[in-house]
Design a protein around this ligand. Structure first.
Ligand code: SF4
Length: 285
């Protein structure tokens, strides 16, 4: 007789290539409709990670083959010591900044170029934009956010950066058309973007969570190649940061290299086929 008990799939960390660092859990100047973070009503929350915690994590992972450190949040650029943490991380590897782009103007882009030039590594930007149509984008991200992202793109390109635009496919539209239309928008503002400048991810709808099906196979998951550090410890991925279901330990001296895929977030990851957070280097080959 077949065993009818559904066993939760287990995922093994293959290599710690991607080190995510959550600079703040709750601070963001935008409140997008599709965000997976539950924001507090009180805005005055001081939950920033300390530069010393970041330094210790870098030291504890010195024998790991980290290819990129990702600064995440809520909005990482709200951190009062953002520049210090960025410089510290750039001593170790390339750094990718996940941002809603509102803190980037020409002055900031010029400054960040100088910071990059001081290092032998690269700064990569993942900027949020959710639609090529301004009204549809601002309906999700808030009024004015489309123009802010476009301004950030223009500023970064002016100083020689090659930003990646991250689209959460909230309206469930055809990926090819989204890329095609966004390329036209970028070109209009002087940025000749290629396919590798876009990542389009499924929207994880908190209100209609999908189940993991028995025998569901996956192709590439963030938890196979990365871990996230927060003020509360180490977790399997940004989706499960500070969630007990993703807990891997209190620091990188001793952390779990396997995790169970038991949440509806995991289902979104599996269905997305590509990593949602880590850079897909295949596209750059
Ligand atoms: S949410 Fe995604 S990346 Fe995180 S543990 Fe589940 S499958 Fe892995």
């Amino acid at each position: 007789m077949k065993n009818a008990i559904f066993q939760t799939p287990v995922c093994q960390l293959k290599e710690l290539n991607n080190l995510f660092i959550e600079l703040t859990e709750k601070n963001c100047n935008q409140h997008c409709k599709h965000c997976y973070i539950n924001f507090p009503l009180n805005k005055n929350i001081k939950d920033f990670i300390s530069p010393d915690t970041v330094k210790s994590a870098l030291n504890d992972t010195k024998n790991e083959s980290i290819e990129c450190i990702y600064l995440t949040g809520a909005e990482p650029m709200t951190h009062p010591d953002f520049n210090l943490i960025l410089r510290t991380c750039l001593k170790r590897s390339n750094v990718c900044i996940f941002t809603n782009a509102t803190f980037i103007n020409e002055k900031k882009a010029r400054f960040l170029k100088r910071v990059e030039d001081e290092s032998s590594y690269e700064i990569i930007f993942k900027l949020s934009i959710d639609h090529y149509d301004e009204v549809k984008n601002d309906n999700i991200r808030g009024r004015g956010s489309y123009r802010q992202t476009i301004h950030a793109v223009k500023s970064l390109v002016k100083y020689g950066f090659n930003p990646i635009l991250c689209i959460t496919n909230y309206y469930k539209e055809d990926k090819k058309i989204l890329i095609q239309e966004l390329k036209k928008v970028c070109l209009k503002y002087g940025f000749n973007a290629s396919d590798s400048n876009f990542t389009i991810n499924l929207w994880h709808d908190k209100n209609s969570p999908e189940e993991i099906l028995p025998d569901q196979k996956w192709e590439s998951l963030d938890c196979e190649y990365g871990r996230i550090l927060t003020t509360k410890g180490v977790y399997s991925c940004p989706f499960l940061a500070n969630d007990h279901r993703g807990r891997c330990g209190s620091d990188f001296r001793d952390f779990a290299r396997h995790n169970t895929l038991e949440t509806s977030y995991c289902s979104t990851c599996i269905n997305n086929k590509e990593k949602l957070f880590g850079i897909n280097y295949k596209l750059f080959e």
